[in-house]
Design a protein around this ligand. Structure first.
Ligand SMILES: [Zn+2]
Length: 387
C-alpha cells in the first residue's frame, strides 16, 4: 500500500512539495497523479495541504485553478458513473424497467466523501459556480440514499443553510442539528463564514450588486456570498437559514457574536429594519423568521440584549408590522375555532424547512408566535422601566 505524500511530510517539506505541485512542470506525470490521489482520498492530506497553502499566498491564484479543476474532474466522473447504465437494468414486478448505475451508493459516497468534506471545510471552493453545482448534485443524490453523514462543524454546512436548493438546505439543517451547539471555540473557527452570511443581511439580501464585482478573488479571503449561494428572491428562506444558525449558537458563542470585541451589532439593527419592512403578507414574507431570530437572541442574551437595542424601538417595530397585525386579527377571528392554523399545509410525511428550523428551538414555535409576540410586548416596557 502506498504512503500518503502530504500527510506524512513535515514542516518545510510540505511547503516545498506544495511549491513543486503548484509549478507542475517539475513533476513527473505519475507524481502529479499520486499527489492528486492523496488529496482525493485522504482528508488528513487535504488538511495538511490547506494549512501549508495559508503560508504561501503567492500561490493562491494558481492553486485555486488546480483545486477547482481537480474537484470538478472528480465530481463529474462520479456523477457520470452514478447515472443509470444503458446495458444494466432490472424489471420490477409491475413490468417497469429500472436502470442500474455502474457504481453502488456506497461506492459513490466513498468516492465523494473526502472531496465533499474538503469543500465543506474550505467553503471558499463553493465560490466556483460549476463546483458548487456539482456539490449540490452530490448532496441531493446522497440525500436520496440518506447516506452522507458529517462529524465536524465544518463552515460549509452552516453556509448551506441559506442555499437556494431546498434539498441542500434540508440536509444542512439536519447536519447542523446533528452536530449540536456551536460553542465559543467553534464560533471562532466559523466566524468568517458567519460574517459572509450576515453581510448579505446587512446589504438587505440584494437581488443584484449593480456597483460591485461579485466574482471571487482567490488571492483574498471570501467576504461575500456569491449570488449562486443564496436565493435573493426569497428573503424568508434566507432569514430561516440565519434563524437556524442563531439557534445552534450556545450562550457564549452568542455573547461573542453580539457583545464580543468583533461584535456584529449591525445585525440587531438589520433585524429591527427587516421587522419594519412593508412586505406584502405572502409566502415569502420574512417577518416570522426575523421575529424568531429576535426571540432566539433575546432568549439567549437576556437583559443584556437591551443594552444593544432600544426597547421602545423593538416594541414599535413588532407591533406596527402589517404581518403582526394581520396575524393578531387572524388569531382573534379564530378564537371561535379551536384549532390555530399553521403556516402552510403540508403532507404529514413532509416536514418543511421552516418547520425543521422552528422545531430546533422548541421554546419558540411558529404556532406560538402570536402569543410569544404578546409576551414580548408585555416584557419590553417592563424591562424599559427596570433599565
Ligand atoms: Zn494522507
Amino acid at each position: 500500500m502506498s504512503t500518503c505524500r502530504w500527510c506524512t511530510s513535515f514542516g518545510d517539506d510540505v511547503a516545498k512539495l506544495l511549491q513543486r505541485y503548484c509549478a507542475g512542470s517539475w513533476l513527473a506525470e505519475d507524481e502529479e497523479k499520486a499527489l492528486n490521489d492523496d488529496l482525493d482520498k485522504c482528508l488528513e492530506c487535504v488538511v495538511v495541504y490547506h494549512r501549508a497553502k495559508e503560508e504561501l499566498p503567492g500561490l493562491h491564484r494558481r492553486l485555486w485553478e488546480l483545486e477547482t479543476s481537480r474537484l470538478l474532474d472528480l465530481f463529474s466522473h462520479a456523477a457520470k458513473d452514478a447515472e443509470p447504465a444503458k446495458d444494466l437494468s432490472y424489471i420490477e414486478e409491475d413490468g417497469r424497467e429500472i436502470g442500474v448505475s455502474h457504481i453502488s451508493p456506497a461506492v459513490y459516497e466513498d468516492r465523494l466523501g473526502v472531496p465533499l468534506s474538503e469543500v465543506l471545510k474550505y467553503p471558499y471552493l463553493l465560490a466556483s459556480p460549476e463546483l458548487s453545482e456539482m456539490c449540490v448534485e452530490a448532496i441531493c443524490k446522497m440525500e436520496e440514499y440518506n447516506s452522507f453523514r458529517v462529524c465536524c462543524k465544518d463552515p460549509g454546512i452552516y453556509l448551506l443553510l441559506v442555499h437556494p436548493n431546498e434539498t441542500v438546505r434540508r440536509w444542512a439543517i439536519g447536519a447542523a442539528r446533528s452536530l449540536g451547539k456551536v460553542d465559543r471555540d467553534d464560533f471562532y473557527d466559523l466566524q468568517d463564514i458567519f460574517s459572509c452570511m450576515f453581510y448579505i443581511v446587512e446589504l438587505r439580501i440584494p437581488q443584484n450588486f449593480p456597483d460591485m464585482d461579485t466574482s471571487y478573488d482567490p488571492t483574498t479571503k471570501m467576504t461575500l456570498l456569491q449570488p449562486h449561494l443564496y436565493d435573493s428572491k426569497n428573503s424568508k428562506n434566507y432569514w430561516l437559514g440565519i434563524c437556524m444558525l442563531l439557534t445552534q449558537l450556545d450562550a457564549q458563542a452568542m455573547d461573542s457574536l453580539f457583545l464580543g470585541p468583533d461584535k456584529q451589532a449591525n445585525i440587531l439593527l438589520c433585524i429591527l429594519n427587516a421587522l419594519k419592512d412593508e412586505e406584502p403578507s405572502n409566502e415569502m414574507d420574512p417577518f416570522w423568521p426575523v421575529l424568531q431570530c429576535f426571540m432566539v437572541i433575546l432568549d439567549c442574551l437576556g437583559s443584556r440584549f437591551w443594552g444593544q437595542i432600544e426597547p421602545s424601538q423593538a416594541f414599535q417595530a413588532i407591533s406596527q408590522s402589517p404581518s403582526y397585525s394581520a396575524e393578531l386579527e387572524s388569531v382573534r377571528q379564530q378564537t371561535m375555532i379551536s384549532r390555530i392554523k399553521t403556516e402552510t399545509t403540508y403532507d404529514d410525511d413532509m416536514v418543511t424547512c421552516s418547520q425543521m428550523v422552528y422545531d430546533s428551538n422548541t421554546k419558540v414555535s411558529k404556532v406560538m408566535t402570536p402569543i410569544c409576540c404578546i409576551c414580548v410586548l408585555l416584557v419590553v416596557p417592563k424591562l424599559d422601566l427596570l433599565d
